[in-house]
Design a protein. Sequence first.
Length: 394
Amino acid sequence: MKLLTFSTLYPNAQQPNHGIFVETRLRYLIASGKVESRVVAPVPWFPLKGESFGHYGTLAKVPRQETRNGIHVTHPRYLVVPRFGMNLTPYSLAHAAKKEVGRILDEGYDFDAIDAHYFYPDGVAAVMLGKYFNKPVVVTARGTDINLIPQYARPRQLILQAARDADGVITVCQALKDEMVELGVAPAHITPLRNGVDLERFMPADRAQARANIGLAPGRFTLLSVGLLDPRKAHDLIIRALPLLPEVDLLIAGIGPQKNNLVQLARELGVQERVKLLGAVPQTELKTYYNAADALVLASSREGWANVLLESMACGTPVVASNVWGTPEVVASPDAGVLMPERTPQGLVQALGQLRANYPEHAATRRYAENFGWQPTTQGQIDLFHSIMARKAA
């Protein structure tokens, strides 16, 4: 079976951790030996390169094509129009990708279906491309594309139309399926297929050595928070809890627009000596931090299926997480960790106290994570695509 994977959420040479969950799912799908795929991962057009131009200057340096983990990836450019971008981007995205998809077909890669990730604008554009090239489309909903963007009228209308016109819809958790049903999508049209975890990359290691490797003080209870430094990830909530946790230190892995705000907040609260911002941490190095930490904290206001939770658990480190969207489906056992009773600094303190009072064995946390390998999701995708193609053939 030949697929064309389509998403703006895909890693590239300039953003190696961007949308890593899309790449990881695809890698396991290809590793099954039953699927091959090429990737079209558009990036916004910008005329000038360089850090002085911020995020768009970085995107301008993304190569037009590259090979990642043996998968050929192309990055056509699409136009984002200031102020009107939200409503127009699906159309500019489809227009920009049309030429690239046509070129791929002309070269002889006659794919069977489009495998699109993230509903807006990607999924909407993918359905447009599917109609143009007469190819079935499956769209995967991943989080804010369903639990946030449909708050806006025109995007909601386009998302619902794309969901109805797509040949299949995947959600990464049951909570997102429930929300799509509430929005008006037929339940039978939606297949929940959760993300898995790379159990070979994320493994338990010598914890004392891991702490020594990154220079952590012995005997200090250490929290780790991983994710983009933006309001939705709520790293600030964890910092606000630290005055109530005098014996606790915090590591934050990630980059983003809130860096300076987080540094200033730590200073204002007098906890700057206990907060360390690590910047961007490559996936290959994250396992050291997971093993060094005593707990991972995820305080997000919105999540589809947070991969960092399972990555931490796979290393034997339990979690404390906000009780939102798909997270309760991940943290469903005391061996996994504890959900906050409320998403506040006080709620975090309470959940952390509960975790420390009944701290699970690291081996038990690892065993829990082993229930979330990729094989069931891989097989679920294969079955779904085969059923769609059989329907089309009939």
